[in-house]
Design a protein around this ligand. Structure first.
Ligand code: ATP
Ligand code: MG
Length: 502
């Protein structure tokens, strides 16, 4: 060993260059020695940290007491740094006579992460709770919608007003069912499948809301091409986009003006198509205002997330960015034309969908399928839903046995002198599953088909091993129920064999 490498110096080297922030403090909180890591610990001043006063909190007082009495201590304390930010610091100390050697670790980030995990868990729990509420809500809705459709049928045709009211309930129920499905999908983070929509219909339906958004001083003009083709996209996001553009137009016309929404099949009358749009298979949507317009600099940045010229608290700068994202995801193109004092036009091209197959549009007006005396066992635990299903099916000429559980349904079928043709069971019914009921009936000489119904989201059905494509989705109308039952029974007469009892 070199003469100048005294043992003391080596110890000092080890202390000074340890990566662990370490200090030596006395019982009065004086820091006698702090190594490099301790001196460079950001946002934590050692003198401040070891001020043992009571107002620094019980944790620090207890840390010192442990050192005094037991000679060792661990603890976590908070300290406000020179930047005024609170840091969480973990301490580990050993007493050597009147001196304490303490290692100091900044655990603020770890604390924040733990807090985030807790937050996510809370959200997840909330999601589960919401999902179960939604599931029950779906049953309520099914009962409502089915009862309303029964009511609509029961009312004499000449009584127009009550029939219109019943249809109103049905419509509202349908929309509520749509909302519930969307909520379930959001909860399960499933993508919403695109729908075939006609922009004109969406715009006409959104008109009321758009007028509300822009206020009375702005006139709303619709200029819709009656021959407009359909397009495929997420309907709710389109509503959102229209409202976003309307809000932008309103902000650009504080003293009033005109907002025009036009649609057209391509090619557009004005200026021709966007370079990225090649052929005629697009529909165009143009939202223009007579407002202030944009400077070239602003125009260049409109699609940047968080770019806004609005005062804090008014704009987030996400409106056009998310509009563009949605349009691009739908296979379209969005562009903005604007100049100061010249107003602004947002031009959107969306791919045109192939013409709809004739049947699907006319589906609701097809003659309603009826029963021919087939016997159906309904397993549904919700009394109201069960009652509505029973009424709807009996009215259509089916013989119906219904029970809240599979076991009771089996008992009922044993008592009734009927040949069971169909088991209609809720996926979530307690006890025997629909498939088990069907199998047991088969063992007793029946030949039932199986139709499952559910208000659960696709993933939940997958988790239960149920093919979600074959399930009748709640909330359904009595018409949808009648169609599904007829289809499950094989559209024609009685089926000779059970086929779906899997
Ligand atoms: N119709 C318009 N006329 C004039 N300027 C507009 C128009 N639409 C958007 N802008 C300009 O583009 C900026 C970005 O618009 P965007 O919709 O993305 O965000 P925002 O409206 O500011 O905030 P947010 O929509 O998130 O509330 C606006 O702040 C505004 O300067
Ligand atoms: Mg906006």
């Amino acid at each position: 060993m070199r003469a100048d490498w005294t043992e003391q110096r080596l110890y000092h080297l080890i202390f000074e260059h340890s990566t662990e922030a370490t200090v030596v403090v006395d019982d009065d909180g004086r820091v006698l020695l702090a190594n490099r890591a301790a001196r460079s610990l950001r946002g934590v001043e050692m003198e401040q940290l070891f001020r043992w006063s009571a107002e620094r909190g019980a944790d620090l007082v207890s840390f010192r007491a442990q050192l005094r009495v037991g000679g060792r201590a661990t603890g976590e304390v908070q300290v406000r740094g020179p930047d005024r930010k609170v840091r969480h610091v973990a301490l580990e100390g050993r007493a050597h006579g009147p001196l304490y050697v303490v290692t100091v670790r900044d655990v603020t980030e770890r604390r924040a992460e733990a807090e985030e995990v807790r937050h996510l868990r809370r959200l997840e729990a909330l999601g589960f709770m919401t999902a179960s509420v939604v599931h029950d809500f779906n049953n309520v809705l099914t009962a409502m919608v089915c009862s309303a459709s029964l009511l609509a049928r029961a009312l004499p045709a000449e009584d127009e007003a009550p029939a219109a009211l019943a249809r109103g309930i049905l419509d509202a129920g349908d929309r509520a069912a749509g909302l519930v499905r969307r909520l379930l999908r959001t909860l399960r983070r499933e993508a919403t499948p695109p729908e075939r929509v006609n922009l004109n219909t969406v715009i006409e339906e959104a008109r009321g809301l758009v007028e509300l958004v822009v206020g009375k001083s702005i006139a709303v003009n619709l200029n819709l091409d009656a021959a407009l083709g359909d397009t495929l996209l997420e309907r709710e996001r389109l509503d959102h986009l229209l409202l976003n553009l309307a809000a932008n137009a309103r902000d650009a016309m504080p003293r009033g003006g005109t907002l025009t929404i036009s649609t057209a099949n391509l090619p557009m009358v004005e200026e021709g198509a966007h370079p990225a749009v090649h052929d005629g298979a697009y529909v165009a949507l143009v939202v223009s205002d007579t407002g202030a317009g944009m400077s070239p600099e602003a125009l260049e940045r409109v699609f940047e997330r968080f770019f806004t010229t609005k005062e804090a608290g008014r704009g987030t700068g996400l409106g056009l960015a998310s509009a563009q994202c949605f349009v691009t995801q739908s296979g379209g193109v969005l562009s903005v034309r604007s100049a100061p004092g010249q107003g602004t036009s947002v031009v959107i091209y969306l791919p045109r969908a192939a013409p709809a197959p004739a049947v699907s549009g006319a589906r609701d007006s097809l003659p309603e399928p009826a029963g021919g005396g087939e016997a159906i066992v309904v397993v549904e635990s919700d009394d109201h839903v069960r009652l509505a299903i029973r009424s709807a099916l009996s009215e259509r000429g089916y013989r119906v046995l219904d029970a809240p559980t599979g076991e009771l349904a089996l008992r009922q079928s044993a008592l009734a002198n009927l040949r069971i043709d169909l088991v209609l069971a809720d996926v979530g019914a307690p006890g025997l599953t629909g498939a088990e009921v069907a199998q047991q009936l088969q063992a007793r000489g029946h030949a039932p088909r199986l139709l499952l119904m559910s208000g659960l989201a696709d993933r939940d059905l997958d988790d239960r091993g149920v093919d979600s494509d074959t399930v009748l989705r709640k909330a359904f109308t009595t018409e949808a129920l009648a169609r599904a039952v007829r289809q499950a029974l094989g559209d024609g007469a009685r089926a000779p064999e059970a086929t779906a009892a899997s």
